[in-house]
Design a protein around this ligand. Structure first.
Ligand SMILES: Nc1nc2c(c(=O)[nH]1)N[C@@H](CN(C=O)c1ccc(C(=O)N[C@@H](CCC(=O)O)C(=O)O)cc1)CN2
Length: 282
């Protein structure tokens, strides 16, 4: 039976350290401030925003929310970003995903100045990430590496297979894993025969958003399985991995909830503090 990778516990341990850092900054008159732009009424986003607001308050980080209507046009989104870029009281800025389809997300993300781009999604920060000289890391990818490190799971030369090619999980995680000398494969919705690849994974990460996608038959005996999926099924939160089945074959596995999710929020707050320090030469 696999050992649990307890993200909730690790997130609370890291939070204690971060709170101390925030307090020290505040003693120097620096108040880390995150600004989130949420567009429309995605039900998942509503829950995540509540979680972030609570976490930020516990840590002493100021969080400002700008709620825009689902029908907002591109020009007004860009205008708001320009205004927040120029606002000296804001250290970190992000657009909660997903956004309504009429918007050009890449253009909006490209408008956020790199110094405040806490999601690491602006073109120059994405370039820095792949070049290995970045100053901010996407929260989920950062959280996954923190979890693997905490449990002393070595990455050097390991086969890591990621299911999902999103810009917030799959792609940035691949970049960070390459820096750590892992051999990385990214699978996606058009990949034929997922099992052929996943069976070779020493570490399997699923970020597909598809409940029950990963079954025991797709997993190598003793593999580490990281489930990034957050899916609502009959009012319950479940991941992509068939937990009961896969836990029999894996050596380590993340639960959902309580695995990667809490670390995503914690890692985001760490990036807010990192950007704040950088802007203040600390
Ligand atoms: N701009 C971004 N948008 C989104 C990101 C992101 O990194 N940047 N990630 C996700 C949502 N997310 C943060 O924004 C997030 C994910 C998970 C959790 C969380 O606490 N999960 C809990 C379960 C919560 C539940 O039961 O629903 C857990 O896994 O234990 C918080 C925030 C998409 N958008």
């Amino acid at each position: 039976m696999a050992q649990l990778l307890n993200g909730k516990l690790l997130a609370s341990q890291r939070a204690a350290k971060l709170k101390e850092e925030v307090n020290k900054l505040k003693q120097q008159g620096i108040k880390p401030t995150l600004c989130v732009i949420n567009i429309g009424n995605d039900p998942g986003s509503k829950i995540y925003l509540k979680t972030k607001k609570r976490r930020a308050a516990e840590l002493g980080i100021t969080q400002k929310l700008y709620q825009l209507p689902a029908e907002v046009d591109q020009a007004n989104v860009v205008k708001l970003i320009d205004q927040l870029n120029a606002d000296k009281s804001i250290n970190a800025l992000m657009i909660q995903l997903p956004v309504p389809h009429q918007l050009n997300l890449n253009e909006a993300l490209g408008r956020i100045i790199p110094e405040k781009d806490v999601d690491c999604l602006s073109p120059s920060n994405v370039g820095r990430l792949w070049r290995g000289d970045h100053f901010v890391e996407p929260a989920t990818a950062h959280g996954i590496l923190a979890l693997l490190d905490h449990y002393d799971l070595d990455l050097h030369g390991k086969n890591v297979v990621i299911i999902g090619r999103s810009s917030i999980v799959g792609k940035p995680l691949a970049a960070l894993l390459l820096e750590r000398d892992a051999t990385v494969s990214i699978l996606h919705s058009k990949t034929r025969n997922l099992g052929e690849y996943t069976k070779n994974a020493d570490i399997l990460v699923s970020a597909a958003g598809q409940p029950g996608l990963v079954k025991a038959g797709m997993v190598k005996q003793g593999a580490v399985v990281v489930d990034v999926g957050i899916n609502r099924v009959h009012g319950q939160t479940v991941g992509d991995v068939d937990f009961a089945d896969v836990a029999q074959r894996a050596s380590y596995i993340t639960p959902v909830p309580g695995g990667v999710g809490p670390l995503t929020v914690e890692a985001l707050m760490e990036q807010v503090v990192g950007l704040t320090r950088r802007q203040n030469g600390r």
